[in-house]
Design a protein. Structure first.
Length: 291
């Protein structure tokens, strides 16, 4: 009973801290980091940390808080969202769904991802998972690099005719993707296995990366599905392939968010583990005490 109470108190404290972070990041400019012409959000970091420390439910709670404040930003509360304001004018119900549901699902799935990875017992299995994530990251770096090479003076990312032709050539694009996947997998696998990182550190890093990745995928998917038929979205898409639109619209921002979220989640998760504030740390301590 004492362990259960301690776990509940720990969870409430961590959720309270993460909620406070979301409030600060949403209501002040602190939550946005300008990098040249870019601006990345830090709100995914509290979601990833809550998922690691409090499981799927905790992740969903903080994801829901983020989603709620993301919707309020459509009305100018906190850091205003010009796109959000337009979407609310088009359909406020769909705008709420597009802003809230994806973030809720991200937190829930992030908690399940951490729970699943941290429960693995085979060392090679999470080395392999790291390799897979590294392959995805390598592809993201490649696409973002191509976009950076085509940066225009107006502060917008555009896709050159050569890049459009390259992606529009299925065979060449697939060969490059396979090559990048193999290289990324090998690099990730070798780095993690040689550094002898703990399973907690790897679990936290993969959870942080997946949280940022899912946030981008779910948010953009909901945007295209719910508002793709509107004149506003048709003007943004401008007749491009949906994949090209997403890559050019948020590709580089998403890359920086993946890096920052992965690093911060790993650092905080490692500290929480050493302080025995993660669920598995409490469990191990309880098992040792029973023995």
């Amino acid at each position: 009973m004492k362990i259960t109470k301690r776990f509940n108190t720990r969870s409430l404290v961590i959720l309270g801290l993460m909620t406070a972070l979301v409030l600060i990041f949403s209501l002040t400019p602190i939550g946005s980091i300008p990098i040249g012409p870019l601006s990345i959000t830090l709100n995914v970091i509290p979601i990833a940390i809550a998922a690691v420390a409090c499981g799927p439910v905790g992740g969903a709670v903080i994801g829901g808080v983020f989603g709620l404040f993301s919707f309020l930003q459509c009305f100018g509360i906190g850091v205003p969202s010009s796109m959000g304001a337009i979407l609310v004018d088009i359909n406020p119900v769909l705008a709420f769904i597009q802003r809230f549901i994806p973030r809720l699902l991200v937190g829930l799935l992030a908690g399940l991802i951490y729970k699943g990875i941290s429960s693995l017992r085979n060392v090679r299995s999470y080395y392999i998972l790291t390799g897979i994530v590294s392959a995805l990251f390598g592809f993201a770096v490649f696409m973002s690099g191509m976009l950076l090479l085509n940066y225009d003076k107006d502060g917008k990312y555009k896709m050159s005719d050569k890049m459009r032709e390259f992606i529009g050539t299925p065979s060449m694009f697939i060969y490059v993707c396979i090559f990048l996947a193999v290289i990324g997998f090998a690099v990730g696998y070798l780095i993690v296995s040689s550094k002898k990182l703990s399973q907690t550190q790897i679990s936290c890093a993969l959870t942080g990366f997946c949280t940022a990745l899912m946030n981008t995928i779910f948010f953009m998917t909901a945007l295209v599905v719910l508002f793709g038929s509107t004149d506003y979205m048709k003007d943004l898409i401008a007749g491009r392939n949906i994949l090209l639109f997403i890559v050019t619209f948020v590709g580089i921002n998403a890359l920086f968010e993946m890096v920052v979220t992965t690093i911060m989640t790993t650092a905080v998760g490692t500290a929480l583990s050493k302080a025995r504030l993660l669920p598995e740390a409490n469990k191990s301590a309880a098992e040792k005490k029973d023995q």
